[in-house]
Design a protein around this ligand. Structure first.
Ligand SMILES: [Zn+2]
Ligand SMILES: [Zn+2]
Length: 469
């Protein structure tokens, strides 16, 4: 039995060597020195054998009959023994090198798979998602396939002479990196797990305000509470964010998004000392874009997004707006003119065509439905904490999130938006309703209420390491 296992192991190793050496031969040429055992070792072995044969022949030719016979027999025997030893030593080293190559190669693959390492290109025109970027040596030479292989197992020697790491385990992620598709420089450590969340909603629903206040809450309240380290990956993102937040504190609204392509805030989040960095993309896109069938086709990020935040402006619900007007409570919050049902249908149609799902199919992606502008007193009364607790007290065993769902659905049904609720239930398997306000109070010290909760819900549903509040 033991012998069989050993034989099987040897067979597997030999097959792996064969497959991996074939793959190595196909690898695009890299600006680095090839490792001896992957390049000239076998041809050198042949050369040595050829040389010994020639020397023996030469030696025989120089001698007369008896000595020629002795050289042929004794010399032949010595050559055979030394060649045999040489081959054994060579093959032992060769196997050792290949076995360590297989171990490092597979460890790198397993590490990447377990940690779900990937990076999305932040270029709105590209949005490609990949595991392995192009890496640059400090001399400027670009390595398109920096993996353990024929150019080095743990590290490779660039043509400039510098040694660079070949796996994430020993620091490849810290090298300067580029998108393999559009060649844009990628900021930050690329040994990360990526999370992409687009914020979807009609024009004037308050998406840009929402995104900025949600990031503010994540950085200033959530991160300190859980001991996370949150930072902007791109300095320009940080400058844009600070400008918007400072403006909002003084009472200015951020400029409306006017791009057909997704633009993202990229945040790096370190959940704990030993955790892999999370690269969080929060995408913004102009609301009108969802009225066009091409929007989802040209924005690749929708296909690898972890979940969507769908925002509803309650003031765009005619019956509710009328009731508010009667009660003189309509504010100058700005009203979304677009029917949110149309935007939502645009999103569903796009996602169905992206996923290749049948029209009757259910989308297996997280959806957070967010009713914004809940600083309006009437909304707070209908959907706020008291309303939720009241629902719970009359429905024993109902948890807070389930009660929140029911209260929001009741509100939408009451104001003739029941068809939206039905469509959500029909098309999405994982849904949670939220209420929030991206409102900034007069002192500028309260930026948004409950804005971070929908993001944290999606993140914690995808990965339990994110604690949901
Ligand atoms: Zn170099
Ligand atoms: Zn790109």
């Amino acid at each position: 039995m033991f012998r069989l296992i050993v034989l099987l192991l040897i067979l597997v190793i030999l097959i792996l060597i064969l497959v991996l050496s074939k793959l190595q031969n196909k690898m695009e040429k890299q600006p680095a020195k090839e490792s001896y055992f992957f390049s000239n070792s076998f041809s050198d072995l042949k050369e040595v054998r050829k040389l010994i044969k020639e020397k023996n022949k030469e030696s025989c030719e120089k001698r007369i009959f008896i000595t020629r016979f002795l050289v042929l027999v004794i010399g032949g025997a010595i050559t055979f023994v030394t060649s045999f030893l040489h081959n054994i030593i060579f093959l032992t080293f060769y196997l050792l090198v290949y076995v360590s190559f297989i171990i490092v190669f597979l460890t790198d693959k397993v590490f990447n798979t377990i940690n779900k390492i990937s990076t999305a290109c932040p270029n709105p025109e590209c949005q490609a998602s990949f595991m392995l970027p192009i890496y640059e040596c400090t001399c400027g030479r670009k390595h398109t396939k920096l993996v353990p292989g024929k150019y080095g197992i743990f590290q490779r020697t660039c043509n400039c002479g510098r040694k660079i790491p070949t796996s994430f385990i020993n620091g490849r992620g810290k090298l300067k990196a580029y998108c393999p598709v559009c060649k844009l420089e990628l900021k930050g450590d690329t040994m990360n797990r990526q999370y992409a969340i687009p914020i979807v909603g009609g024009p004037s629903v308050g998406k840009t305000c929402y995104i900025n206040t949600a990031v503010y809450q994540l950085i200033n309240n959530v991160a300190p509470k859980f001991g996370w380290k949150v930072a902007f990956i791109d300095r320009q993102n940080e400058i844009d964010y600070e400008m918007v937040i400072n403006g909002m504190k003084k009472g200015y609204k951020p400029a409306k998004t006017d791009l057909n392509h997704l633009t993202a805030y990229q945040l790096s989040v370190k959940l704990s000392k030993n955790d892999i960095i999370r690269r969080l993309y929060i995408y913004d896109i102009m609301g009108e874009a969802f009225m066009s069938a091409d929007t989802l086709k040209i924005n690749k990020a929708f296909s690898y997004s972890n979940g969507f935040v769908f925002m509803i402006d309650p003031l765009s619900i005619a019956d509710f707006a009328l009731e508010l007007a009667d009660g003189n409570e309509l504010t100058d919050n700005g009203v979304s003119q677009e029917d949110f049902n149309d935007i939502f249908e645009g999103l569903i149609n796009g996602l169905i065509s992206l996923s290749g799902l049948k029209n009757s199919g259910v989308l297996d992606i997280y959806l957070a439905v967010v009713i914004n502008k809940c600083d309006i007193r009437k909304l707070d009364l209908m959907l706020g904490t008291n309303a939720i607790e009241q629902y719970r007290s009359s429905h024993a065993g109902c948890n807070r999130l389930a009660a929140q769902n029911e209260v929001c659905k009741q509100f939408l049904r009451k104001y003739n938006s029941g068809s939206f609720v039905s469509l959500v239930e029909k098309k999405f398997r994982n849904v949670q309703y939220f209420t929030c306000s991206s409102y900034v109070n007069n002192d500028g010290n309260q930026l948004g209420m409950n804005v971070e909760a929908p993001l944290l819900w999606i993140l914690s549903m995808c990965d339990r390491r994110w604690e949901s509040i």
